[in-house]
Design a protein around this ligand. Sequence first.
Ligand code: UD1
Ligand code: MG
Length: 456
Amino acid sequence: MNLGVVILAAGQGTRMKSALPKVLHTLAGKPLVAHVIDTAKSLNADKIAVVYGHGGDQVPKRIAVDSLAWVEQKQQLGTGHAVEQALPALAGVERIMVLYGDVPLTSLATLESLTAKASESDLVLLTVELDNPTGYGRIVRNAEGRIERIVEQKDASEEELTICEVNTGILIADSARLHQWIARLENSNAQGEFYLTDIVALAVAEGINVLSAKPKDLYEVIGVNDRLQLAELERHYQQTQAQRLMRDGVTLRDPARFDLRGSLEAGQDVEIDINVLIEGRVVLGDGVRIGANTVLRNVKVAAGVQIKENCVIEEAVIGEGCIIGPFSRLRPETRLAAHVHVGNFVEIKKSSVDEGSKINHLSYVGDAIVGKTVNIGAGTITCNYDGANKYQTVIGDNAFIGSDTQLVAPVEVGKGATIGAGSTITREAPPETLTLSRSKQLSLKSWKRPVKQPKD
Ligand code: UD1
Ligand code: MG
């Protein structure tokens, strides 16, 4: 089947009280409309058009996805008018599905049940029963239970307002018919808008048996109107992800205090303590343990690694059996080979550290290549920046860097070299040699500590 999808995202979202268009607010770190676009893509739609309007071109600018048609709706004259704007961009498709940019959690399975029914009818609606249907368009059925029309809240009679089956807004229609129905829409209603929902009565008048499908879960059709609803959907989404991970064998110490904004691929027996935030694409090998309050963003962690509490790690690759933290910060382009130890208050950036090396306390390692089984003492700093340019530090295998050393890059420390504590190293330190730059220690026997003069 040749399918086109139109995503409506032109509305203002007044209740968000935001300068940002509503559909750009994020759920699990991703703009609402991007969730909908991704679902449409997984449906293998042949054409996808997004109708934007409020907030100018912020939406197309922010959502950089190929193969999308962006259609501007200059004035928001109603959902029918919005779909009409997208029709030229969807030329040639057989069927058109309408999705809302502010309804982020519709599942592929639900949309597939809608497309499956589209072979039986030229118009299929996704509807749902609500205990409190206030605000929604009501599905009016005849005595035989067939759909007759949709009536909006503001246009409904007392009796119609008691109907609990509502229109989710999501539907699929035969493209040729949709063109004809939309051309006939009028705006003589309580809101003076061109309602897409009026196509239902037009279809019924043509003798079409309008069908309905139901979502698997109520959350799938809930739209975001304010920040409370956004938070509610976020919690639901996080809960679902946490449950999925636990079913797949990940231990989450508290699923309510775990957030995944992206994708997590985890091996066997991974343990994640409370308040861990995972962003982007994260891979954790077998037996990895993550301590409380840690943030991992685009990180690849090999088996057996222990990341202790309070670490912030981004765009790094961590080899087998490393021990990181507590309080370590690994910045982009950090590569740790197997069995490296990185301790508290250590920052590493754009550096590779080879097998078995230790940087256990209070150090900054940036733009460095560190060899195997190197020991970097507390308070070591690679001075990689002269205010204009960045330079590299190279430290050979088995080197020992004494505490409180500054390595002024570009500089090289040879294999097996020892640097005496408190040194400022500005030239090459030869291999297997002790190098130190330290002022001589003095002890002055005649010196007396000053004493306070008594006041009179
Ligand atoms: C609409 C439906 C209603 C349904 C409800 C579900 C109509 C007339 N009514 O009502 O039956 O129960 O959604 O939430 O369709 N939009 C545009 N351009 C416009 C108008 C709207 O892009 O000119 C977009 C909005 O950004 C939003 C969606 O369409 O994503 C729905 O618009 P909204 O104004 O929220 O419609 P409702 O009154 O809620
Ligand atoms: Mg609405």
